[in-house]
Each structure stands twice: as C-alpha cells, then as structure tokens.
Design a protein around this ligand. Structure first.
Ligand SMILES: *Cc1c(COP(=O)(O)O)cnc(C)c1O
Length: 480
C-alpha cells in the first residue's frame, strides 16, 4: 500500500514536471550572462565526486586521527561540545552591525571571557581583538610604544629577545619598527642574567619572553628578570602561546609581566593547523589600560553591555569588528566546562605526559637532550648523535614517522639545538598512544639508514622538494 501510494506513476511524473518548472524559473540565467562555450571540467557523477572528496579527507591527518605532538603548537584534542555550541543559530545568525540592544548576551560572553582570562593570567584588563598570536605580539609592541611615548621616552627603540624565541617574536618586533637585540641563552637553556643586564639600557623598550621557553624549560629566575627589566625602565612582555604548561599553577601577572598574549586556538579549544581562524587576545597591567584598542566592552551601572569608544589615548583599532567571535565562544565554553580545577589538571597532565615521554625516549640512549633535565609541556631532543653515527637527520626521522602513521614533531627549532626534534604530547594523549610513538622513534633510530633516508614510503605523496617548494612555489593549478 505504502509503496504504491508513493510510486504511482502519474503522480511521480506530475511532481517531477512541476518541480522542474519551479527550478527552471528560479535558475534561468539571462542570455547575456550565459557561458558561450562549455566549461572544460571533468564530468563526474555524484558518487565519483563524493568518493573523490572522501578519499582526499582520508589523506588528511588531524588530531582526530591520532597523536600530533608538534612542539610549540599544542595540538590537543578539542571537545566537540565547544564546536556544537559555537554553531548554534543564536550565535551564527547575528551580524556585527546589529544594534547592541539585540546582542546583549553575546557581549556578556565577551565581557566575562575577558574577566576569566584576567584571572588565568593575573592581568588587569584584556582585549579580545587580535586574530592570532603574532597579531597579539604586534599589538603588544604598539602598546609598548604608546606607553613610552606617553612618558616622553619615545627614544627607546630596542626590544630584547632570547635566542630561543618563537619566530613570530622577532617578526612582530621588526614589523612594529623596533630594533632587535637577540641575547644568547646560558648553559641551562634559560635567560643569562648577566647578558640581559648588559643588554638593557635607556634604549630598551621591552624584553619579550615566553615562560616556559621554547625548550620547555621554566625560567626560574623570572622575578630577578622582571626586576632587571623594570629597573631599566622597560616593559616585560609574555608570549603566552604556551600557557597550556602553567594554567592554574602560575600566572604571568604574578611573575611581573606587563603585557601577555594568549593563543586561544592552542590552549582553549579551537582546532588549528589549517590556517585559522584564530585568536590572540592580549592582557595588560593597569598602567597600559588606556592604550588598549577600541572599542572596549563595557558595562553600565544599569548592567547593560556596551562597546565603549571613549578612550582618547587608545592606539585605535587593529582589526575590523571585535575579534573572531566563534573562537572566543569556544574558549568561553571550554573554560566553563573545565573550571578552575580542570584547567589546572590539564596543565599538570600536559607536563606529566611530556616528562614521561622524554624519560622513556632518553632511556633508550638513542637521542640526546641538551640543557636542563626537567621540562614543562614540551621537550627538545637532538638527533646529532644519530647524524654522526648513521647519517640520519631530524628531517629523515620526521618523514619516517609518517610511514608509521604518526604526525612528526616540530623539527630544527629552536635553533640552538642541533638536529632538533621538538615534542609536545599535550594532556589529551593516553599512555598507550605515547608509548606507541616512543616505540616508533626507537625503532626508526635502529633501522637501516637507507630506508629512513628514503622515507616516507607508504604515503600517497613521497618526499617533496622543500627547497623548490619555498623558493619557487606553484600556487595555482590550471586544469587542462
Ligand atoms: C604559536 C606560537 C606563536 C604564534 O602564534 P600564531 O597564532 O601562529 O600567530 C607565538 N609564540 C609561540 C611560543 C608560539 O608557540
């Protein structure tokens, strides 16, 4: 009965004919706009298209496929609930030009997120505008300039960085028009206080530091560093992309930092690696508040949330509208889900995983680790011994890991470690997954060097010519 009612032929024909007319009436393109020649693209049916894209997606590797211990990137698993909430129509169907009376709830979220980030970092005020870590750094440099100019110290034109600093730090400093002073680390892999003291002068605008640094080592002299920098009249900037290492345990604000940026897309539940969107909000101490970008999110006595443009000394705007809202929303959701103890536990497990993994690899005696032993969320190995003994380089190990179905770690960074493998397991990997990765690293070190040097062997794309790829990139592909 059911079948025949639906598939009765005249009825079906009627539906098809009427729908076709309806569709034609909507989609008819005027003659003048119609293509004169057929477009030269492959003629594929739905099955073939679906299979093509599905296969491409299977060639991709992400944190949902397996461990992704890319150092200095915090590639951790992001709860799907954050994605779900960020995709609610109530959030996605709003327009940035809507009257603020209609988006009070959204503004409340941003207002509260700013307060939460203040508490996590120990800063007094936050701006959610920057769209990435590097963007936050750049804003930090603009704030630094505004601060010194306000004190008639505009001649301070140098920014000091340690030689372990992340590549975006020197780039942001230069983009903001400052002179870069790079200082060498001491034998522990931390800031050399004597060299720092000698480099500080009435020309210094800022010292930019990440703590733990990119070797994964905590700068235990941070209070002395802070005093030296402030005594010289300079500001102390915290690259907080690595806050995953210390959340709930220590706060940059308490260490003496004046400016902080965070990478919400690393620590606070936005998947990254595909190029965005990201978020690099910036926090400051009271003395820098008046320079923060406009608009600020304010709250009136009556409890109404507003965009506050009344900031005559603000450096202005650094971005259209008010930040990447969906990323901010995911961070807000994540922080609420985790709570104070959850965030602290995430950092504790991130550090435990990193130290467990490091110890297991070092016990094999196949890899070495220069500088201090105890690490935070990440550690940097050297394959120099393997290079000397078997000719196997960090790049070869990274490529061979692909054959084992793993994402490689960051390689050749920081620059002060020879043949560096920079590993950050994060708190979301199980002991089992960490053990398998360590096993693969040990196996590779014992393999025939020819096999390792020719890797990857099992992937759809073999070893690419990286020099040509960066020197002579082909950015468009023309279909013939
Ligand atoms: C990732 C990272 C940055 C840069 O962040 P982006 O969002 O990629 O611009 C800066 N510093 C450190 C230490 C980082 O790990």
């Amino acid at each position: 009965m059911y079948r025949s009612a639906i598939y009765e032929e005249p009825l079906l024909n009627e539906i098809v004919t009427s729908k076709k007319e309806e569709i034609n009436s909507i989609t008819t393109i005027p003659d003048s706009l119609q293509r004169k020649k057929n477009i030269d693209i492959p003629n594929l049916d739905e099955t073939q298209i679906v299979r093509h894209f599905h296969r491409l997606s299977q060639m991709n590797y992400g944190i949902d496929s397996g461990i992704y211990p890319l150092g200095s990137c915090t590639m951790k698993y992001n709860p799907k609930l954050c994605e779900e909430i960020a995709s609610w129509g109530k959030f996605t169907n709003i327009h940035p030009c809507q009257d603020i009376s209609t988006i009070q709830g959204n503004l409340q979220i941003l207002f509260e997120l700013e307060r939460m980030l203040c508490e996590i970092t120990g800063m007094d005020f936050f701006s959610l505008q920057p769209a990435a870590g590097a963007h936050g750094e750049f804003l930090g440099m603009l704030l630094t300039r505004a601060y010194h100019e306000d004190k008639n110290q505009g001649s301070r034109d140098e920014v000091i960085l340690p030689d372990t600093s992340h590549g975006t730090n020197p780039a942001s400093v230069s983009m903001a028009g400052y002179k870069l002073i790079e200082i060498p680390s001491n034998k522990d892999g931390t800031v050399d206080l004597k060299v720092l003291e000698e480099s500080l002068s009435e020309k210094t605008a800022c010292f930019m530091l990440t703590n733990p640094n990119t070797l994964g080592i905590f700068e235990s002299d941070i209070l002395k560093i802070s005093k030296l920098v402030h005594d010289a009249g300079a500001l102390l900037y915290y690259d907080g992309a690595n806050i995953n290492a210390i959340m709930g345990k220590a706060r940059p604000g308490d260490m003496g930092f004046d400016i902080v940026h965070l990478n919400l897309h690393k620590t606070f539940a936005t998947p990254h690696g595909g190029g965005g969107p990201g978020s690099g909000p910036i926090g400051v101490k009271m003395k820098l508040e008046k320079f923060l970008p406009i608009p600020r999110i304010g709250r009136t006595k009556e409890g109404k949330y507003i965009f506050d443009y009344d900031a005559p000394e603000s450096i202005g705007k650094i971005r259209a509208y008010y930040g990447n809202f969906s990323v901010l929303l995911k961070a807000y959701t994540y922080i609420l889900m985790m709570g104070r103890n959850g965030l602290k536990e995430a950092s504790e497990i991130a550090v435990l995983n990193s130290n467990y993994m490091k110890k297991k690899i070092l016990d094999s005696k196949l890899y070495e680790m220069p500088y201090k032993d105890i690490r935070k969320h990440e550690f940097v190995l050297s394959c120099e011994k393997l290079k000397q003994e078997k000719g196997i380089r960090a790049m070869d190990i990274a490529k061979r890991l692909l054959d084992y179905g793993f994402h490689p770690p960051t390689i050749y960074f920081p620059l002060i470690v020879k043949e560096a493998l920079m590993i950050e397991p994060t708190e979301t990997e199980s002991k089992n997954d960490i053990d398998k990765y360590v096993e693969a690293l040990i196996k590779i070190a014992n393999e025939d060097p020819v096999l390792v040097k020719n890797a990857p062997n099992n992937t759809s794309v073999k070893r690419v010519d990286e020099v040509s790829a960066s020197k002579n990139p082909i950015l468009t592909w023309k279909m013939i």
